[in-house]
Write a new protein. Structure first.
Length: 215
């Protein structure tokens, strides 16, 4: 049992690393396709505009809570916006600067933190309704952003695929070893039980013989 637990403990780091690589690849693949990847209620976006610098930098991967429905002045939100007025929605992440309520409906106005590029709120940032909001900003990762750039602009897609395959193989081998050890332990237990059974049968036979002799 201790050996089995040790094997399980040894495989956990591989599984964690494998999960991390799978999540990273899932995120960057969705971003590359222009989709909105969501992991555990968090939407993930790649920042391509300097409008929120120095709070959020170009190349950062940001996370937005898609489960919240409460927004306040000062919150950073990601929302759909028709930037060019051609009916095509794009995602924008800016800070709420004011909220107005009319007949029970909240209207949000946002603006980028970068005063040089966003001195005032643009038309697409005014009177945003809740149905246009994807989520509230909760954090960022420059590291994952760099991984994304490395995969898709550095030609390292194949390298990452190979790395993932290696971890899959290692994890598979470890799982196979665990199954093998468990199977061996079951066989040993069954063998011990069979031995005990044979011993009991032999003891019973000896008792009968001894009883017959005494009679």
């Amino acid at each position: 049992m201790k050996s089995t637990l040790k094997k399980i403990a040894n495989i956990i780091p591989y599984l964690i690393l494998l999960l991390a690589f799978i999540l990273i690849v899932s995120v960057v693949t969705s971003v590359k396709k222009g989709e909105t990847p969501t992991i555990f209620g968090r939407a993930v976006f790649l920042v391509v505009s300097p409008s929120m610098e120095d709070t959020i930098m170009v190349g950062d991967i940001i996370f937005s809570d898609t489960l919240t429905n409460e927004f306040h002045v000062g919150d950073i939100i990601t929302f759909y916006a028709d930037l060019d007025g051609n009916g095509t929605d794009e995602t924008v992440t800016h800070r709420i600067v004011s909220i107005t309520v009319d007949e029970g409906v909240s209207y949000y106005t946002t603006k980028g933190d970068n005063e040089a590029t966003n001195p005032i709120s643009d038309d697409f940032e005014i009177d945003i309704t809740a149905d246009r909001i994807i989520g509230k900003y909760t954090g960022k990762s420059g590291f994952i952003g760099k991984v994304y750039s490395a995969i898709y602009s550095g030609g390292l897609s194949l390298v990452f695929i190979v790395i993932i395959l290696v971890f899959v193989i290692i994890g598979g081998m470890e799982i196979f070893n665990i199954i093998k050890i468990i199977s061996q332990a079951k066989d040993e237990k069954a063998l011990e039980e069979e031995k005990d059974k044979l011993v009991q049968i032999e003891l019973e036979r000896l008792r009968r013989e001894q009883k017959e002799k005494e009679e």
